[in-house]
Design a protein around this ligand. Structure first.
Ligand SMILES: Cc1cc2nc3c(=O)[nH]c(=O)nc-3n(C[C@H](O)[C@H](O)[C@H](O)COP(=O)(O)OP(=O)(O)OC[C@H]3O[C@@H](n4cnc5c(N)ncnc54)[C@H](O)[C@@H]3O)c2cc1C
Length: 399
């Protein structure tokens, strides 16, 4: 088969980039090895900017039962929460949503199909030579596709990035992701994303949100040293973890565990997010350590930048590394967001630092609101380094 653009991966990055390019008039084929969208381990928080992009840029409206999230609550081991409203740059309330990931992915893939993208589900790409890809379907049938440009959206263990030798690992991000779903949750507060920074000991960071119909999702990222305990019994590990998270046992009182997934997360970034004939988008371009739920936003924002770069390069008829380099500069703000995430991770993974910041921010509500504005992607990343936020987090206020 021959198309203008081949997209590898049908997660948020792949579907949104393919959709955008199809709307620009290109013939686009998308390949995903899964037969249909799968339930991926995810905290399922669509931050306010991700929700806005979905609607405003990709025409995807969230279903009525997507649960609105208006507040974030940072809960240290001491249990005294810092609860902050989610506000936009004008100080007006802004809303994120919690929605099962399988539904978000399906909505985007359906929208891409509606825009004319040729979807090849159950198609595992095994090799990319220049801009020609080869693979095998779930039935064992070989397939091949020639294109003018490839968009690699094949996730955090990107085959394309590895084949091109672009991957740089970030050892400190090598951890284990855990996601658990609960049903029959009647005691949790709606509209709040509960965020638990690291405590001393083996537990990592965690997030919890109530969804529609008494469902709830708990996601955690724990150190690899927890792998032995997880192997001995995932549910026992989960129970122990829940018991250490202030307020969570009572929110889950009477609830039942309805599903649990674990995933090794290999922190990585690429030496560049573009290469001869290829642009990388989403987790394939860079893994973001989940705590504040930015991954889907980064995938959607990256899709817009990649589609613009692709259009310019295809118009010029030049998809060389040099021609695609403008994608690297276009991703500057996005890279600033990854750096901001790294900085926040340095705090949330050190109990004494996050305790200090929470204690200080409790008396500086404006600083706390600005900080969360950056974390949920409604404020530019540079706002994190403003004197208000830095002083608010680091300098004890005089009362
Ligand atoms: C524990 C955890 C919790 C998280 N919580 C949140 C959260 O609350 N909010 C948030 O915004 N983000 C969260 N994230 C991050 C988010 O899940 C990712 O950033 C997001 O999935 C990135 O989308 P993507 O399209 O780049 O990759 P993916 O969603 O991973 O999609 C990649 C796709 O490529 C396909 N693929 C891979 N290889 C091939 C191949 N060779 N051939 C064909 N197809 C292939 C896969 O089947 C897959 O569908 C979390 C991540 C983890 C690990």
């Amino acid at each position: 088969m021959k198309v203008d653009i081949a997209v590898i991966g049908g997660g948020p990055a792949g579907s949104s980039t393919a959709l955008r390019l199809a709307e620009m008039g290109y013939e686009v084929a998308l390949f995903d090895r899964a037969a249909s969208p799968k339930s991926k381990p995810c905290g399922e928080f669509l931050n306010p900017e991700a929700a806005r992009l979905l609607s405003a840029e990709f025409g995807v409206e969230l279903p009525k039962d997507a649960s609105p999230m208006m507040h974030a609550s940072l809960i240290p081991p001491t249990g005294e929460a810092l609860t902050v409203p989610l506000l936009d740059a004008q100080g007006e309330p802004t809303i994120g949503y919690s929605l099962p990931r399988i539904r978000t992915d399906a909505l985007l893939l359906e929208a891409a199909k509606g825009a004319g993208v040729e979807i090849h589900a159950g198609a595992n790409v095994r090799k990319l030579t220049s801009t020609s890809l080869e693979g095998q379907t779930l039935d064992g049938e070989p397939f091949a596709c020639e294109s003018r440009l490839v968009i690699a959206c094949d996730g955090s263990n990107s085959l394309v990035a590895r084949q091109r030798g672009l991957v740089k690992s970030i050892p400190r991000l090598k951890r284990i992701g855990i996601v658990a779903h609960f049903s029959g949750v009647t005691r949790a507060k709606a509209g709040v994303v509960h965020m638990y920074p690291a405590r001393n000991g083996t537990w990592g960071v965690a997030g919890f949100a109530l969804q529609a119909g008494g469902q709830a999702v708990l996601s955690a990222v724990v150190p690899t040293s927890a792998s032995e305990a997880l192997c001995l019994g995932q549910e026992a590990f989960l129970t122990q973890m829940v018991l250490t998270l202030p307020g969570l046992p009572s929110m889950l009182d009477g609830a039942a565990l309805s599903g649990m997934q674990t995933i090794p997360s290999f922190g990585h970034k690429l030496s560049r997010a573009f290469d001869d004939g290829v642009l990388f988008v989403g987790d394939a371009a860079r893994f973001v350590d989940p705590f504040t739920g930015e991954g889907v936003h980064h995938a959607l924002a990256g899709a817009l930048l990649a589609a613009d770069t692709a259009r310019t390069a295809l118009k010029k008829g030049d998809v060389s590394t040099a021609s695609l380099a403008s994608y690297g500069s276009a991703r500057r703000e996005l890279n600033g967001r990854y750096a901001a995430c790294d900085l926040v991770q340095a705090f949330v993974n050190r109990p004494w630092m996050i305790d200090l910041a929470i204690r200080n921010l409790r008396h500086q509500p404006r600083a706390a609101e600005r900080l969360f504005g950056v974390l949920v992607d409604v404020l530019p990343s540079r706002a994190l380094y403003s004197p208000l936020v830095v002083a608010g987090a680091l300098i004890p206020s005089f009362r």
